[in-house]
Design a protein around this ligand. Sequence first.
Ligand code: GMT
Length: 380
Amino acid sequence: MKIGITCYPTYGGSGVVATELGKSLALRGHEIHFISYAMPMRLNAFVENIFYHEVEINNYPLFEFPLYSIALASKMVEVAKFHEIDLVHAHYAIPHATSAFLAREIIKSQNGKIKDIKFITTLHGTDITLTGLEPSFLPTMKFSIEQSDGVTAVSQYLKDKTLSNYKINKDIEVIPNFIDIEKYKRIDEKENRCFKKNYAPEGEKVLIHISNFRQLKRVPEVIRIFNEVDKKVPSRLVLVGDGPDRSECERLARELDIFDKIKFMGKQTELVELLSMADLFIMPSQSESFGLSALEAMSCGVPVISSSVGGLPELNLHGETGYIAEIGDVDRMARYSIELLTTPKKYDLFSKHARSRAEFFKEDNIVPMYEKYYEKVLNS
Ligand code: GMT
C-alpha cells in the first residue's frame, strides 16, 4: 500500500507512535509518505521506501495566524497526485483529520484526475479529552471524526470517551500502542553506560518518571511520592523530560530539601539506558489514554505505580505489573512503592510480569492490526 502519514513531529507520544508505525510498515514493504511541518524526531535512519514531505507556510502579513491546516491539506493533495497514495493516516485529530477531510474532498472534486483517497484518523488522547472539547474546535472535530473513512483509538477507554463526548454513532477500532521489545529490553547492569553507581552510589533504589511536565502529568506528586518513599527506603529520583511544570518541581524539591537526591535530566532520547537502572516507574497522571512511557518502562522490566485514570488500568495490571491508585492519592502510591521495594520476591515477580505484559503489545502483534484495518477501510 502507499500510505501518507501525518502527525506532530516533535513532541508527544502520538508522533512517536505514528513514526514508529510508518517505519514498521515500510519494513513490511509499504511505501510511506510522512507529511508534516518538520521531520519526525524518530525518523532517524534511512529506510528505502520512506519519504518525507515538508509543509511550507507562507507568512503573509494579513495572516496573523499561520494557516497550517490549509497548507497541510494542499500538501496531502500534492502527495496524493504525484505518488498515487491509497490513504492518509492522520494521527491526533486536531487539525490532521480536518486537513485529511479537505484533501479527500478536493481530490474527489477532480473527477478522477487524481486517484481517490480514503483517510483514517487515530485518536491519541488529549485530542478527545482536552483540546477537542473546546468550543472553538468541538463542531469541527465531531464532523472530522464522523467523516473519517476509519477511526482507531489507542484504548477502549478512549473509544468509549469519544463516543460519549462527541455523541457520535461511528465504529471505532481499538488498536493499542505498540513497542519494539527487542530495543526496549533491560540492559544488564554491568553493560549499562548509565552506571547506577553514579546515580545511587550507596545502592539506593531508583524511581523514574518520564513526561512532558505538563500539568496533567502531576509531576510535583512524583516528587512527593519519592519524598515519602525515601523516608523508608533510601532512594534517588530520576526525572526525564521538560515542560511548563519543571520550575515548580525544582522549587518543590528545594523546599522539601531533597534536591540533591533528584536528577533533572531534561529531554533525553536514549531511554533504555535510563530505564534499565530504574526500580519503579511513577505515573500519577490526571488523564492518560494509554501511557506509552509506562509501556516503555514495563518492557524494560520496570513495574509501574500509576493513577487509575483513562487507559492506564488496561495497561498496568493492578497487583501484577504494578499498582494503581486514585488520582492524587500520594500516600497510597508511596505505600505501594515501599511495599514493592521492600519485598524482593514480589518485586521480581512484578518485574517479570511487567515485561511479559509489554510483550503482548509488541510491534509484530499490533502493526498487522493496522494493516488489516487499512485493507478493510480501502475495500469498504
Ligand atoms: O500526553 C502526552 O504526553 C502526549 C500525548 C500526545 O498526543 O502526543 O500523548 C497521548 O498519546 C499517547 C500515544 O498514543 C498516549 O500514550 C498518551 O497516554 C496520550 N496522553 C494523554 O492521553 C494525556
